[in-house]
Design a protein around this ligand. Structure first.
Ligand SMILES: NC(=O)c1ccc[n+]([C@@H]2O[C@H](COP(=O)([O-])OP(=O)(O)OC[C@H]3O[C@@H](n4cnc5c(N)ncnc54)[C@H](OP(=O)(O)O)[C@@H]3O)[C@@H](O)[C@H]2O)c1
Length: 377
């Protein structure tokens, strides 16, 4: 698909979720299809639109939970998943050109403004497709420092990590932070940003192999929490050993479940505790077929009280929708770090489009460090 003359583009491919699954596994196995995609007819598009040949699309956690209707934003099946993607402009309307976009430009899509998480006309154009259409305001030019694969791991994960660490966590240079799920897409982003911000990072995970990569990516200490290493019972002792018995100032918890309560024994008085997600207990959220599930994420209030803790919920997307002004500063800072070479988003495993189901299953079972991606073209 190299031709850039509208009307002469070949038939492409796209994924569709036909109906919400009972859970993400069910959606992947039974509701996901790959079908032909006609090239967009530019005579139907707005002058502010661009047609993008998608080069790489992130396989994200939200893509998974959205496929079973568990995400707070409903995509209304049938829809094309792929919240974050990057690619090359094939066509730009006159307004889009005035805004600086032209054929051949390398761009990445803003999942707030286009794709299945957006509202309105552009929600139909997910990244798991050969072609996407997005308005100019939903596109960023790719900084030269980023590959397509890095670009689509950038906004969601690093905006989340920034919102959690900076806007909510008030992380200061010299502080020590405990990051759970550090091998995950948002967890690894948090490791990168915490290091840039001058913190000492203690990263946890269940796999020594993945933690070795997290260490190479900047974590000062890694703690494997599987049973071979004493499980969660030894967490307090090991964190205290690493902090001269003080405990940490901040916890970034993207995992939930039993590790949350165990973490409250690893903190110092007045610490901040960031509730980022619950990868370990994905069915606690209300979702189709999951209603009435007991909430498996509970924090002991006695420890919160006696240690004077700040427990902070960090819903990046919801907070940003409620107050869009919080986004400008974080985007500016993140792009500045990328351009200066300080921030290098981690591009995990890449799958061919024909193996999209494998990629989604691998994301569900946390097989790889960071995010993974598919190449639709
Ligand atoms: N607050 C926000 O705005 C926001 C934004 C994006 C995502 N999130 C949430 O953050 C969480 C993580 O997202 P992500 O994209 O980083 O996911 P991810 O890439 O799948 O990473 C999650 C990590 O958690 C660990 N994990 C998974 N299942 C586990 C289990 N049963 N027990 C212990 N650890 C487990 C895994 O690390 P190991 O295999 O190494 O243990 C995995 O790498 C999700 O709940 C997601 O919904 C929140």
């Amino acid at each position: 698909m190299t031709e850039s003359v509208a009307g002469e583009w070949p038939v492409g491919r796209r994924a569709r979720i036909l109906e919400y699954g009972e859970n993400p596994m069910d959606a992947i196995e039974n509701q996901l299809v790959i079908e032909d995609q006609s090239a967009p007819d530019v005579s139907t598009l707005k002058e502010s639109d661009c047609v993008i040949a998608v080069k790489s699309a992130s396989v994200g956690w939200v893509d998974l939970i959205m496929s079973s209707g568990q995400y707070q934003h409903m995509a209304n099946p049938p829809y094309t998943p792929g919240l974050e993607f990057s690619g090359e402009i094939l066509w730009a309307g006159s307004d889009a050109k005035r805004k600086g976009f032209k054929i051949g430009d390398e761009v990445m899509a803003d999942g707030f403004k286009t794709g299945p998480r957006s509202k309105g006309d552009y929600r139909q154009f997910g990244g798991f497709a050969s072609y996407a259409v997005a308005p100019a305001e939903a596109l960023f030019h790719l900084p030269e420092q980023l590959t397509f694969d890095q670009a689509n791991q950038f906004l969601g994960s690093y905006e989340t990590a920034y919102h959690c660490l900076v806007a909510r966590g008030r992380l200061q240079a010299g502080e020590t932070i405990l990051i759970h799920g550090a091998s995950g897409a948002t967890g690894l982003a948090a490791v990168h940003l915490a290091k840039i911000l001058g913190a000492t990072v203690i990263a946890t995970g269940r796999s020594e192999e993945k933690l070795e990569i997290v260490r190479k990516e900047g974590a000062d200490h890694v703690l494997c929490t599987n049973e071979d290493h004493g499980g969660l019972d030894s967490l307090r002792k090991r964190v205290r050993e690493l902090t001269d018995n003080r405990g940490v100032e901040l916890v970034y918890d993207g995992v939930g479940g039993p590790i949350s309560a165990a973490s409250l024994r690893c903190v110092q008085f007045g610490a901040r505790y960031l509730i980022v997600g619950w990868a370990a207990t994905p069915f606690v959220a209300k979702g189709r077929g999951q209603r009435g599930s007991p909430n498996a994420n509970q924090l002991p209030t006695n420890l919160i009280m006696m240690k004077g803790l700040d427990v902070l919920g960090c819903p990046t997307v919801i907070s940003t929708h409620r107050d869009p002004t919080i986004r400008e500063e974080r985007l500016e800072q993140l792009f500045t770090w990328v351009r200066s070479g300080q921030l290098k988003p981690y591009a995990g495993r890449v799958y061919p489009f024909t193996e999209l189901k494998d990629a989604l299953l691998a994301k569900w079972t946390s097989d790889w460090v960071g995010g993974c991606a598919v190449h639709p073209v």
